[in-house]
Design a protein around this ligand. Sequence first.
Ligand code: F6R
Length: 619
Amino acid sequence: MCGIVGYVGHQSALDVVLDGLRRLEYRGYDSAGVAVVTGEDLAVERKAGRLQNLETLLDEVGRDNFAGTVGMGHTRWATHGAPIDRNSHPHRDTTNRVAVVHNGIIENFLALRSELEGLGVEMASDTDTETVAHLVSFAYNEGDTKGDFVASVRKVVNRLEGAFTLVFTNADEPDTVVAARRNSPLVVGVGEDEYFVASDVAAFIAHTKQAVELGQDQMVVLTRSGYQVTDFAGEPAEAKPFTVNWDLSAAEKGGHEYFMLKEIEEQPEALANTLRGHFANGRIVLDEQRLSDQDLRDVDKVFVIACGSAYHSGLVAKYAIEHWTRLPVEVELASEFRYRDPVLDRDTLVVAVSQSGETADTLEAVRHARAQKARVLAVCNTNGAQIPRESDAVLYTHAGPEIGVASTKAFLAQIAANYLVGLALAQARGTKYPDEVAREFHELEAMPEAVQRVLGTIDQVKALGRELADSKAVLFLGRHVGYPVALEGALKLKELAYMHAEGFAAGELKHGPIALIEENLPVVVVMPSPKGRAVLHSKLVSNISEIQARGARTIVIAEEGDETVRPFADHLIEIPAVPTLLQPLISTIPLQVLAAEIATARGYDVDKPRNLAKSVTVE
Ligand code: F6R
């Protein structure tokens, strides 16, 4: 949610910053802007809409005006103020000497704004961010921090409430970039005589793989000779260095029309990487386990908390974790969790699932759980993000960077990781014998190959997607683990194709939703295996025949060789036979492809659906 990049070095700051913004555009694309220190001045341009609009504007005004090696940029997901030019970042003080870009929400901005208005400042935008530029300017021009840029920033950030990553440039301090963070991400890139700050390493991976993760309430000062990290009191602070373990090609489209398709195709690898190394000496091992086996044995209840697709991964995992551990598992939307006073204590294990590791709803739910003494285990795709940092244990999904806004490979990796958590619990609690744990793990390990086989058949799904592009709505039905898959299929279609889509537990149809069925309405049905879950299978066959009789156009995802379902399927999509609990890892794939293809046929940008952003850092 909002992408930020800052640079101090020897290359053209404009080129470095624009390149970084291109890679961060997945975080928001309501507007974009840049600021470059040009000798004694600050060159700033901002434009509503995609980054391309800013690039066109820069061509018009002349990129020569942006000659300089210190600068910063921003790509926005609007919170305060409509997505129009004047609300775009960077924001400046009235003298146009100090500029700031911001990710997050400053909660006390109304008070700050009226204070500034009392001092005669006329606001040029509707944003919370602009207040910060004026406050830093005041601090720099008068009082005890006069003439000290870093101290001025420190003074101001100490007054801010809420969530913020802020990056500042100052025309009077042409060799310095200052940044601060609270509750929003910021990483430092360490090159040779050049330094970067960004919301995500993707922004500087073309220049360096050496990164430093800034902690909560830390500031960093970049100059060409190095970087210094302090806390908000100005005391030197520890920040954790790390090496990025993927390269530029992972963050590029690699010949695909859009990132989402590339990421769909990367799913076998994402799954294999997520499982790799987690079974050693006959035991499941997690990544950073600050929980003992005794802690796991003491668990008497599991909560999975997450949002969106990550929440659906939790719904899938509930079936497996309960089955393997005999522990009750509740799956809860992170945004609801802390508002209903859930029953938590030190024997509750809360599994917080998040691709980005910075989703505000999930982060706040984690904090609530820890405050109630529950143990928190994070399942996360982003090394060192805030959610894993604040958790008792971490299991990383190694899906690699996910740029398409709609989650695909991360979702599959989340299911696999949640299953590993289930197996780790079963192992610690002895509800599964070691050979049973090993067998489940090896079955999981065989899934990348099954996923690859499904990917080999997606052309048929694409053709179907084009046929369905004009439909008004699509319904999705499933039972057991197929039910969360149906929910995920509907979410994908809503967010990408802006189409009415709903997922139902097939058994619920007769309790109301069947009234929605009308002539030619596409209904996608996720069938369980006729062998693994024969009873469920026959119930679903009855459900399909009921809707077909009422005119629905049935699209059935079923196991290869499932002949009983054939007469009821207007379109049959066959998937390989796999163990029942693992079927979501393959039945999801046609639904991802279907949504992407329908969206493309309708002329929408699959990677950047309207109103959305990849990381939702506001509640
Ligand atoms: C849907 C999607 C979102 C995310 C949700 C949680 O395709 O991507 O629903 O799953 O916003 O995000 P993370 O996993 O980053 O916490």
